[in-house]
Design a protein around this ligand. Structure first.
Ligand SMILES: Nc1ncnc2c1ncn2[C@@H]1O[C@H](COP(=O)(O)OP(=O)(O)OP(=O)(O)O)[C@@H](O)[C@H]1O
Ligand SMILES: O=C(O)[C@@H](CO)OP(=O)(O)O
Length: 304
């Protein structure tokens, strides 16, 4: 048995060396789960061959970095970069927005797997809870979708497009719940990914979004046909209950909300990703996070 020795607030603890835990921590390096497990086994064998049955977390990390560097320096670099990010005392809060059907749920899942983050919530789920609390009479807009919320606006404004006005009203209400999740995550120190159409640059309170450990991405699908196909691929799973018709009928409106999201992302200088290739989308988000969050350890919070 190899024991890994660590310490929390000066108090030593030890836990058995686990190939599974080590393999999981290599997911950031694009090695792939099978090869990651092989590498974990190779590292374990090297420790045993070296008669090492107790190793500190620091020495084990250095041992892993040296072995990854021997296999491929890029593996070691990605592994080290990610460990730098995880040393921060602040939770990592990742917000992934985008019009309906662009892939926010799927990309959030892929990113969570890559980063080994356990907490993931959709704004649709937040909205569902809020719908139970707020009656249709009191807030008709929350009981609609983002793309047909304009139908519930009682006194349409003459200043802006009614579809965008409906979208804004709908998002604004749900953002009360989104901000509550962000505040709880900050308070508890929980790293989390929040994804959905209600994550819109400029809509989340400035004192929250200005924190260095909160990062927002806007996914888009530039090509309309590719976007439309996403609704078909999403509905092919037998368990999916959302009707394809509703999204295809409202497709032009959904594209209009995407144009608004792009506008908002540009105004607020937030990262826009054309979500065509899964690997590329996830890599862009990981690199952005490492770049922005990696230096967090030494950077005070941005002045508000
Ligand atoms: N980069 C991608 N390449 C290919 N297919 C993708 C990509 N991203 C998402 N998809 C597919 O597109 C469909 C829609 O994705 P997803 O359900 O994540 O969209 P969404 O933005 O969460 O939609 P909604 O907000 O309406 O729930 C899914 O079948 C998903 O597998
Ligand atoms: O409001 C929307 O645009 C979508 C987002 O997922 O939700 P629903 O499928 O419930 O319409």
């Amino acid at each position: 048995m190899i024991w890994v020795i660590g310490d929390v607030e000066g108090r030593r603890y030890r836990e058995p060396f686990s190939k599974g835990i080590l393999a999981r921590s290599l997911s950031i390096t694009d090695i792939g789960s099978e090869r990651a497990y092989e590498i974990a086994s190779e590292i374990e064998s090297k420790l045993i061959d070296g008669d090492i049955n107790e190793i500190t977390l620091t020495d084990l990390t250095n041992f892993i970095v040296d072995y990854l560097d021997y296999l491929d320096p890029d593996y070691a670099k990605k592994y080290l970069n990610w460990r730098e990010v995880r040393k921060s005392k602040e939770p990592l809060i990742i917000l992934i927005g985008g019009a309906s059907g662009v892939g926010t749920s799927s990309m959030a899942f892929e990113l969570a797997s890559k980063l080994g983050l356990k907490n993931l919530i959709s704004t649709d789920m937040i909205r569902e809870v809020m719908r139970k609390i707020v009656s249709k009479e009191l807030s008709p807009v929350i009981h609609k979708s983002s793309f047909d919320a304009h139908e519930s606006i009682r006194i349409p404004s003459i200043r802006i497009d009614s579809i965008i006005e409906g979208f804004i009203s709908h998002v604004d209400v749900v953002n009360v719940g989104v901000e509550a999740i962000i505040e709880r995550s900050l308070k508890e120190g929980i790293s989390i990914i929040i994804e959905g159409v209600h994550v819109v640059p400029g809509f989340i309170r400035k004192d929250l979004i200005s924190k260095n450990n909160i990062i927002i991405f806007t996914l888009v699908v530039d090509d309309p046909e590719t976007h439309k196909q996403r609704f078909f691929t999403r509905c092919r799973q037998p368990w999916v209950k959302r009707s394809l018709e509703k999204y295809i009928e409202n497709f032009d409106i959904i594209r209009k909300t995407q144009d608004f999201l792009i506008e908002q992302a540009k105004i607020h200088d937030s990262c826009i990703i054309d979500n065509v290739d899964v690997t590329e989308t996830v890599d862009i988000m990981v690199n952005e996070i490492i770049e922005k969050y990696g230096g967090l350890k030494n950077v005070e919070q941005k002045s508000e």
